[in-house]
Design a protein around this ligand. Structure first.
Ligand SMILES: Nc1ncnc2c1ncn2[C@@H]1O[C@H](COP(=O)(O)OP(=O)(O)OP(=O)(O)O)[C@@H](O)[C@H]1O
Ligand SMILES: Nc1nc2c(c(=O)[nH]1)N=C(CO)CN2
Length: 163
């Protein structure tokens, strides 16, 4: 099995339920080992939209990288994600942050995720569940300390799923 880190975000409808639903569906193909807290986060990229709820997962899977991408996109479609503007509002977004030691610059699947290091909504929850991680030879602690990212608020409630 390969170790993967996934980032999930939602800013439409019942965001908390959307994340829980997506985590549940991912669990069919990804053995989930850790789930970060949920974070309320200021929108990045396209700012005229509601705040997001974000979470990061650590898991293991037998799916190959492109199979995992397809699986994540299938969940987005099943949950009726409608593509609008780039970086715009969405019921659910699932991004592959890291996949074991796989790396790729293909536009269809870029790993490590090309924008992850600039995004507090990704790096802070990732640091919470994997403080020992190194990304492209830089410690995650160093990346988090240097972030001048968007505002984020950690939600204190525990999740029912996987905890
Ligand atoms: N690591 C990755 N994880 C998920 N999708 C990726 C990745 N690398 C490239 N993609 C591609 O990105 C395309 C656009 O994805 P999506 O609409 O979710 O982007 P976005 O969420 O608006 O932006 P961002 O990727 O910055 O969060 C997808 O069709 C997918 O093939
Ligand atoms: N805070 C926050 N901002 C975003 C997010 C997200 O998940 N959280 N996803 C985006 C997708 O392109 C764009 N902007």
């Amino acid at each position: 099995m390969k170790q993967v880190f996934l980032s999930l975000g939602s800013n439409m409808g019942d965001t908390r339920n959307n994340l829980k639903e997506a985590i549940h569906r991912l669990g069919e193909k990804v053995k989930i080992d850790a789930i970060s807290s949920f974070y309320q986060t200021e929108p990045v990229g396209y700012v005229e939209q509601d705040w997001f709820l974000n979470v990061v997962l650590k898991g293991r899977t037998d799916l190959e990288p492109y199979e995992l991408l397809e699986y994540c996109q299938g969940i987005e479609q099943e949950m009726k994600r409608v593509k609008t503007i780039r970086f715009g509002p969405r019921i659910i977004d699932i991004d592959i942050l890291l996949y074991q030691d796989f790396s790729s610059t293909d536009v269809e699947l870029t790993v490590p995720h090309p924008r992850m290091k600039q995004r507090a909504f990704v790096m802070v929850p990732l640091y919470e569940i994997a403080p020992e991680l190194t990304i492209c030879d830089t410690s995650i602690q160093q990346i988090v300390e240097q972030l001048e990212g968007e505002k984020i608020i950690k939600m204190e409630e525990a999740h029912e799923e996987g905890q």
